[in-house]
Design a protein. Structure first.
Length: 111
C-alpha cells in the first residue's frame, strides 16, 4: 500500500523526470503549431503540479497523466522530424485531441 508521503515522493520524481524529458516550452520562431502544442503541454504539467500540491490528485494519477503528456511530446517529436521541424494541420489536430482528452482527465481528477 502506498502512503500519501510515498505517493508524493513518487509523483515528484515523475515530475522531475518528465520535466527533464519534456523541458520547458521553447518558443520556436516561425513554428506556431509547434509552439501551441508545447505551451499546452506546459500548462497541463502546471495543472498536475498544482493538483499534487493541494492534494486533489495523488501520485499515481499524476504519474499516469504525465505519461500521457510524455507520449504526446514523443509523437510531436516524431511528427516534427517528418517535416523539418514543422507540424501539419492534421498532426496538430491529432495532438490537440490527445491533449484535450488528457486535459479533461486532469480536470475530472481535480474536481
Amino acid at each position: 500500500m502506498i502512503t500519501k508521503s510515498k505517493a508524493l515522493i513518487l509523483a515528484s520524481l515523475c515530475c522531475t523526470a518528465l520535466g527533464s524529458s519534456l523541458g520547458e516550452a521553447q518558443t520556436v520562431p516561425d513554428h506556431p503549431r509547434v509552439n501551441e502544442v508545447n505551451q499546452r503541454l506546459d500548462n497541463q504539467q502546471a495543472r498536475i503540479n498544482q493538483g499534487l500540491a493541494n492534494g486533489t490528485m495523488n501520485g499515481k494519477q499524476a504519474a499516469r497523466d504525465e505519461a500521457h503528456d510524455a507520449n504526446i511530446a514523443k509523437r510531436e517529436s516524431v511528427d516534427e522530424a517528418k517535416h523539418n521541424g514543422h507540424l501539419t494541420k492534421g498532426e496538430q489536430r491529432r495532438l490537440n485531441r490527445s491533449e484535450n482528452k488528457n486535459s479533461r482527465r486532469i480536470y475530472n481528477q481535480k474536481h
